[in-house]
Write a protein that binds this ligand. Structure first.
Ligand code: ADP
Length: 176
């Protein structure tokens, strides 16, 4: 499925396999690897990725940092730190939107015209799927509309249920 003249796509798949300029990692504050998509990205990129992230000094929640992609098809990895979800009243929406926005800004600054996002914070960090998807799509659409240098954003879901839920939310957000 694609939206915004084909500039936003949502799909099911393994983000580590995508041939885009940058893939986004749902990292933790240390940027030293972890479980979920973070573990999969480090495994696929090889040990040099960890060597580089060791030099970065971590990142704050709601921020992101960029590295090379090493053995990945993607030239870069953008390591975003989404919020751990408590009850939605601890700044989680702004922090999640900030993580997406920082990734998009880093893509623009590093000439990454095509990028892929996982559903940041919706795994181990426990952010409920629908509200997280609403924030993700609102932030991505607002940015892409203002930034023609971003040619394609692929939003990559793990599993058919996650894909269907995100499609519903994207359809709602497009009508706002
Ligand atoms: P967080 O700690 O930010 O919640 P997780 O890695 O636990 O990050 O999960 C983020 C999302 O990424 C989850 O929805 C999970 O299903 C998904 N995911 C896990 N592995 C992959 C992968 N290889 N490609 C795409 N998405 C993935």
């Amino acid at each position: 499925m694609d939206y915004l003249d084909g500039r936003i796509e949502i799909m099911e798949g393994d983000i580590t396999r995508l041939d885009v300029d940058a893939i986004v990692n749902a990292a933790n504050k240390t940027l030293l690897g972890g479980g979920g998509v973070d573990g999969a990205i480090h495994k696929a990129a090889g040990p040099k990725l960890l060597e580089e992230t060791r030099t970065l000094g971590g990142a704050r929640t709601g921020e992101a940092k960029i590295t090379a992609g090493y053995k990945l098809s993607a030239r870069h990895v953008i390591h975003a730190v989404g919020p751990v979800y408590h009850d939605g009243k601890h700044g989680e929406p702004d922090l999640l939107a900030g993580a997406y926005r920082t990734c998009l800004e880093l893509a623009s600054q590093n000439a990454c015209a095509t990028l892929a996002f996982p559903a940041i914070s919706t795994g181990v960090y426990g952010y409920p799927r629908e509200p997280a998807a609403r924030i993700a799509f609102r932030t991505i659409i607002a940015y892409v509309e203002q930034h023609p240098e971003i040619k394609l954003v692929r939003y990559v879901l793990y599993g058919a249920a996650a894909l269907a839920a995100h499609q519903r939310v994207l359809d709602q957000v497009r009508m706002e």
